[in-house]
Design a protein around this ligand. Structure first.
Ligand code: GLU
Ligand code: ZN
Length: 285
């Protein structure tokens, strides 16, 4: 069955971009006679607030978006992420990393490093801890050794299906670019230094567990999809069809940010907007 999900992080208010994702995924699911699920990606416990969870329900209801079944909270699924991580570790594809954000920023800005590459999580991790023994007792992140992970594939090519979001709305298969995975994505974290599972791992584990067949999300996440595809292969997980939609911008053409209260759905509602106004603004009417 066509199953979509909306997977917000309750660390801020939903804005027009989230509304676009939710409405697009919800419509695709309903047109196909399928299911639409909501998953709270609440792994960043330092920033998660229960008011944001409540507000997400309120926003979706206001938009006319309904969902099927119980809402899944990632914070209740640590065991599932841990066992996926253990499998990758047993395959010798991970290593411990004690670098702080600052260590990474300093390493990537060192003069011999050249231009700083931005990956899906900020600067591409320079690999400082890849071949060094990490002292026990220090908080450590667990990273995926992307080269070893790619070596696992041998000559096999991996691709994923992307629907309707090419420049001309085309659908097609996108082949993983090994060089770009190594240099543009790098050794992503699978668990953070505070022991919390990281987004890339949790998202593939949950999309498979919830039997998601179609993922609708913004183009800002397009660069994360190749590593998701790779993790799905390594963990033998199902692979949804992806649709990365255009980003919604403010009137000045700037990308919307989570901190930007003026474009939050709650602020628009307070300013008297009706759901129909919003659909027109998003070009969905
Ligand atoms: N939780 C992510 C976000 O709010 C979205 C994850 C996804 O759709 O894959 O940006
Ligand atoms: Zn490190």
């Amino acid at each position: 069955m066509h199953t979509e999900r909306f997977a917000p992080s309750p660390t801020g208010e939903l804005h027009l971009g989230h509304a676009f994702s939710a409405l697009t995924g919800w419509r695709r699911a309903r047109v196909a006679g399928g299911q639409f699920l909501v998953r709270m990606e609440d792994l960043d416990q330092g920033r998660v607030r229960s008011e944001f969870v409540d507000q997400i329900y309120e926003d979706l209801t206001w938009l006319g978006v309904d969902w099927d079944g119980e809402v899944v909270f990632q914070s209740a699924r640590y065991d599932a992420y841990r066992s996926a991580l253990d499998r990758l570790t047993a395959m010798d594809l991970t290593y411990s990393c004690t670098c702080t954000r600052r260590d990474i920023a300093e390493a990537v800005s060192a003069p011999q490093e050249g231009a700083v590459q931005a990956g899906p999580d900020g600067p591409v991790y320079p690999g400082t801890c890849r071949d060094r023994a990490v002292r026990p007792g220090i908080p450590a992140a667990i990273r995926l050794d992307i080269r070893k992970a790619l070596d696992c594939l041998g000559a096999m090519a991996l691709d994923f299906e992307e629907t309707g979001s090419g420049p001309h709305g085309e659908t097609g298969r996108i082949e993983l670019d090994r060089d770009n995975l190594i240099h543009g994505t790098g050794d992503v974290a699978l668990a953070r230094r505070d022991d919390a599972p990281a987004y890339h791992l949790a998202v593939v584990v949950d999309d498979a567990w919830q039997e998601i067949t179609h993922v609708t999300r913004g183009r800002d996440l397009f660069s994360a999809t190749p590593v998701h595809r790779l993790l799905q292969h390594l963990l033998r997980l199902s692979v949804p069809v992806y649709h990365h939609h255009r980003l919604i911008r403010d009137d000045a053409g700037k990308r919307l940010a989570k901190r930007d209260h003026a474009h939050s759905l709650a602020a628009l509602r307070d300013a008297g907007w009706q759901p129909g106004d919003l659909l027109r603004r998003l070009g969905l009417d």
